[in-house]
Design a protein around this ligand. Structure first.
Ligand code: PLP
Length: 388
């Protein structure tokens, strides 16, 4: 049979055809009226997508670039920071904070769990300069309670809250301004349906003021330079121009999903991810699999524990070889223990039913047990019938 190559990975995600066409056609120089018009349109649309009145900045970098900027711009060496971590991306916060000489306190939860709020309450003292957390931990498929954490942080006057929402934006509801998030971070290759290469975020007034006093070294990722350049509808350095063209097309598509209203389209995208995730959870559980983060599963992706005695690498390999489907293995020490199926961005009903149907065959092949074909699909169908 034919095998179409399909990504089911939590970044990069499948590309929106309209965005691909826009990228292929774009050739404007970045110091022109044409690019300035595109750039200011993208900034305005991103504000609506994020749901913020704060300044939005876009860096030509992968998501980690803006994570790094959130350390280098908002801290000085020796500053106390609190890292809330329950996975590989949480650990990235610790590594970044270490690289810039912060004094790091952590609240850590085992992989697959969410951050224990009681412990956050204990460790969140007024001398903590910044709190760093993920909205959705893509390495484990868990969603953290950002709203509850914001309440704790906002009770302190001088503590900033930075949220890695790189797989959270477009899959999870946020009220960034209402909750008082000081920097919320997204990445282009996730729910926005375009290739890797842009990191975006919304910066609060509190965070801009902090940047005037902090002393960590920064150059390319100096957010103040980007803010100043954006006043003239420009970027500080040469941007990935074609990705901006793709992003504008993707934001147009999201606006169409909302019948002309971008924030309604964003909510539609979130509802889509939630339904695809709920269908997937029902499907894999019907096949006897256990969810890796059952207590608080994200809509961005579903992480599924490998059956006892089976390395998830064989499942990942089967998917690719037999069906052309790229699902993600566990990261680092979780490799072999789980596999991950994404729902963020350009996924639909047929993708979801298809990947579950393929999983029925993959399961039969790798476990050698007989599988009741249609059982995963049936469970997903029932969720769809109730939920669409
Ligand atoms: C993808 C991702 C990142 C960023 O990774 P990059 O490879 O730098 O784009 C950070 N955090 C989370 C939760 C992610 O899913």
């Amino acid at each position: 049979m034919l095998r179409k190559n399909r990504l089911f990975t939590p970044g990069p995600t499948p590309l929106l055809p309209a965005a691909q066409n826009a990228m292929a056609a774009y050739s404007a120089h970045h110091r022109t009226a044409e690019f300035r018009a595109l750039f200011s349109r993208v900034l305005a649309d991103l504000k609506e997508f994020i749901g913020t009145k704060n300044d939005v900045i876009v860096l030509t970098a992968s998501g980690t670039g803006l994570m790094e900027a959130s350390i280098s711009n908002l801290t000085s060496p020796g500053d106390r920071v609190l890292v809330l971590t329950a996975g590989k991306f949480g650990e990235r916060w610790t590594s970044l904070a270490k690289a810039f000489g912060c004094a790091i306190e952590t609240v850590a939860a085992p992989y697959g769990n969410t951050i224990p709020l009681d412990e956050v309450r204990t460790k969140l003292t007024p001398d903590v300069r910044c709190v760093y957390v993920q909205a959705t931990e893509s390495s484990t498929g868990a969603r953290h309670d950002v709203e509850a954490m914001s309440k704790l942080v906002r009770a302190l006057p001088d503590t900033l809250l930075v949220v890695d929402a790189i797989t959270g934006l477009g899959t999870t509801r946020f009220d960034a301004d209402g909750w008082g998030i000081d920097l919320i971070i997204g990445g282009s290759q996730k729910a926005l349906m375009i290739p890797p290469g842009l990191a975006y975020g919304a910066v609060s007034e509190r965070a801009w003021q902090r940047m005037e006093k902090t002393k960590s070294p920064r150059y390319y990722f100096d957010l103040r330079k980007e803010r100043k350049a954006a006043e003239k509808s420009e970027t500080a350095y040469t941007p990935a121009t074609s990705l901006f063209a793709g992003l504008a097309a993707a934001l147009d598509y999201i606006r169409q999903l909302g019948e002309g209203n971008l924030s309604a389209g964003r909510d539609e995208l979130i509802a889509n991810a939630e339904l695809c995730a709920a269908m997937t959870r029902a499907g894999v559980e019907a096949l006897g699999y256990k969810l890796f983060a059952p207590k608080s599963p994200a809509a961005a992706l579903t992480a599924i524990a490998a059956p006892a005695g089976i390395d998830s690498s064989t499942i990942v390999k089967r998917f690719r070889e037999q069906f052309g489907a790229v699902v993600a293995n566990g990261q680092a020490e979780m490799k072999g223990q789980l596999f991950r199926i994404a729902h963020l961005g350009y996924y639909d009903y047929l993708d979801t039913v298809g990947v579950l149907a393929a999983l029925e065959h993959v399961t039969a092949e790798v476990t050698g047990r007989s599988v009741d074909f249609g059982s995963a699909v049936r469970a997903a169908q029932e969720v769809y019938a109730k939920g669409h």
